[in-house]
Design a binder for this molecule. Structure first.
Ligand SMILES: [Zn+2]
Length: 270
C-alpha cells in the first residue's frame, strides 16, 4: 500500500492522532483495513511532521536533557518488559517530551511513537500515575486503535477508493470535515475502557501500583482544566470504577508509587 503515503492521508492521521474527542457510544470496529506496516509508516510520517514543526511541537532535545529521557525510557521499558504487548519488538516505541507546561496532554501515533507534554509530567504526583498514562497510550498503539477507527469512520469501500486514487473529490470532503473539527476519527468509548484495562494489566506485571491511572483520574477532580486528551472520554468516575474492578480481578496486589524517582524525573526537566 505505497499510495498510503499520500500527504493528505498523513494530514488526516495528524488530525486524528491529535484529536481530543471520542466518538460517544460507538463500539470498536474489529475491521482494520490497514496492515501493521501501515501503522508504522503512518507513525513515522506523523513523527516527521512533528519534527518539522518545532513551533507547534517544541520537542525537548535528548542530547541536552539526557536524564529526563533516561527516566522516560526506564518507565517505558518496565512496561515493554512485561511481555504483554503484541508489537513489543515490531514497533520502535520512541518516546519524546514536548516542552509546554500549559498542556496536560500525551498522545501516541499508530506504530507507537509517543509524546508527553512537560505540563502533564509536572502535574502528576508519582511514577505509577505517569506509568499508567503511558501504558494507556501504549495500548492504543498496540491494539491499533487509530487505524481501526480510520477504517470505521470512512468505511472500507471509501478508503479503498482513496487508496486506489479513484475518489479524490471525497478526499477533499474528508479533509474539509476534519478541518471543522468533527470528532469522528477519535477513539471510541470502548477503546478508552480497553486501554485503561490494558494499562492495569501491564502495570500489574511490574512493581508499580497497577491502579496508577486511576490515581490520575482522581487527581483530575481538582484540575483547573480537563486535560485535552480526556475531555470527552468516558467520565473519570466510571473509569476509576472499572480500573479498580480490573485490579481486584487480577488479585488486588499492592504496588509502589515511586514518588522519589518521579520527583527526580520532574527535576530533570527545564
Ligand atoms: Zn485514550
Amino acid at each position: 500500500m505505497k499510495t498510503l503515503m499520500k500527504p493528505v492521508l498523513i494530514a488526516i492521521l495528524m488530525v486524528f492522532v491529535l484529536a481530543s474527542g471520542c466518538n460517544k457510544g460507538s463500539d470498536e470496529s474489529p475491521i482494520n483495513l490497514f496492515s501493521v506496516e501501515d501503522d508504522i509508516e503512518f507513525g513515522k510520517s506523523v513523527e516527521a511532521e512533528i519534527a518539522a514543526n518545532p513551533q507547534d511541537f517544541p520537542v525537548l532535545d535528548k542530547a541536552t536533557y539526557p536524564e529526563a529521557y533516561q527516566h522516560l525510557e526506564r518507565i517505558r521499558d518496565s512496561i515493554l518488559n512485561t511481555g504483554l504487548l503484541y508489537y513489543e519488538d515490531k514497533f520502535e516505541w520512541k518516546v519524546r517530551i514536548i516542552r509546554d507546561d500549559t498542556m496536560l496532554n500525551a498522545f501516541a501515533t499508530p506504530g507507537g511513537y509517543m509524546y508527553f507534554y512537560t505540563g502533564l509530567i509536572k502535574y502528576l504526583d508519582d511514577e505509577s500515575q505517569f506509568a499508567g498514562v503511558m501504558a494507556h497510550e501504549m495500548s492504543h498503539a498496540d491494539l491499533r486503535h487509530s487505524t481501526s477507527m480510520l477504517t470505521k469512520a470512512y468505511g472500507v469501500q471509501m478508503l479503498l477508493s482513496i487508496l486506489l486514487g479513484q475518489a479524490n473529490s471525497q478526499l477533499a470532503d474528508i479533509v474539509a470535515n476534519l478541518a471543522y473539527g468533527l470528532g469522528e476519527l477519535a477513539y471510541s468509548r470502548t477503546m478508552e475502557y480497553q486501554a485503561d484495562e490494558k494499562a492495569v494489566e501491564y502495570l500489574y506485571q511490574t512493581s508499580y501500583d497497577a491502579r496508577g491511572i486511576a490515581g490520575f483520574f482522581l487527581k483530575l477532580d481538582d484540575a483547573p482544566q480537563t486535560p485535552q486528551f480526556l475531555s470527552t472520554h468516558p467520565s473519570p468516575e466510571n473509569r476509576i470504577e472499572k480500573i479498580n474492578e480490573k485490579w481486584t480481578e487480577l488479585g488486588g496486589k499492592e504496588g509502589n508509587t515511586y514518588v522519589e524517582s518521579y520527583e527526580a524525573f520532574k527535576a530533570s526537566l527545564p
